[in-house]
Design a protein around this ligand. Sequence first.
Ligand SMILES: [Zn+2]
Length: 466
Amino acid sequence: MKRILSLVLSLAGTYCLTSAQEQAPKKLSGADERFKADILVVVAHPDDEGAVTPYLARAIYDLHKRVAVVYGTHGDSGGNNYGREHAAGLGDIREMEARESCARMGIKNVWFLDGKDTASQNVLNSLANWHHGASLERLVELVRLTRPDVIITSLPGAFIGENHGDHQAAGVLATEAFDLAGNPVMFPSQIAGASEHREIYLDNLQAWQVKKIYYWADANDDRQFFGMGPSYSIREVSPAQKKPYWRIALDAATTHLTQYPADIERIQKMSDAEAEKMMSDPDAAWWTDPETLIFGKSYNVSKATDDVFANLEGEPNRCPELSGKPPRPPTATTIKLGGPWGFYQSFREAHCLGSLRLADPPEIAVMAGAQVYVPLTIAHAGNKALKLRLRVEAPKGWKVTSGEGEFELPAEATSEMRVEVETPALTGSELKGNGVQEIIVHTLVDGVSAGDTKLRVLLRAHGLPQ
Ligand SMILES: [Zn+2]
């Protein structure tokens, strides 16, 4: 009986083992490949993607790269030049126009952050209006979802141009996301690991290091960035599409009817020869040829002008990620431009973007008649109280309304001040031939010169508030 029982048990054991051996291993789900991108484009507004669509046409159709796009806002401010809808209704329409524009280029993976349009050239206004922390967390999540090799975004910097604070904010967030998405301690709830089937809080994404980041500039003179990254002809004919890259980009842009319907109508009526002629005229063309992608940085060693997809692997860079060093206490009293200009100086150091071009001296364009403010940051040697005298030299006809004279500064590490200058309300014809002028703030600290702070200012007929 005992023998029979042990035989039964041993047979049962054999059966269990055989059954387990025969069962196929369960497949663990990997990342969802439908959302893998080679390039993630991060822009502020619907239609901003158009800044890089000639290059994207090349990447998508001829290099077979996958592209995803993140917009910062729905573009719900500004005028509706096509229909009657405004505000959130306009934002809903512009979301669709942007999605259709992307779809025409074969881009299906498109997301929108919850930022709001900000009518300002000050990136700090835009970051506040976009709820910087929440937008960054969401963008890091989208980087971890799309796992791009390359990010292309707008330049985080202040230049005479449209210089839209929202464009700059997209570049700031994208740069921060580049540095944070690969770090598992940043936004750890996104990468908390396997969880129960009906998990509602934890994403189960993975940390992801983007390899390169490139920018496009919001400056009037984008030729100043030539040689600062790879350049691509927009006139070259796509072998796959048998059209020049600019044509593919132009056709994609014609969905943005609420923004420039008259231009779109005009373009749609043009013959191929007329369109070609428009694109050959540097004053009328929508893109500068060649198109330069400004090199920000790469995780592995790569030269600025190398191709976008060159050197994605290899020796890691010395300073690829956020350095995060707090500033050292100043040993000498110094005065420099604060506000967005001061931020960008620290931003470049913190994010290893030392070679990225800054306007030097700093510059801005404002509408004639508007007030210009010059933010100042005074670093106190030894955190001591200071006596300061500010004298402002402004162009003829401009009026210093605030910030001049003698000041007693409290004992602290840094003090923030501002000088305000009213500009003359010149007419369009009076502005013709008007060049860039300069505001200079001369500073005396305890009776000794602490140097001059300069801001170059261009007056023009229209422009966003400073
Ligand atoms: Zn824009």
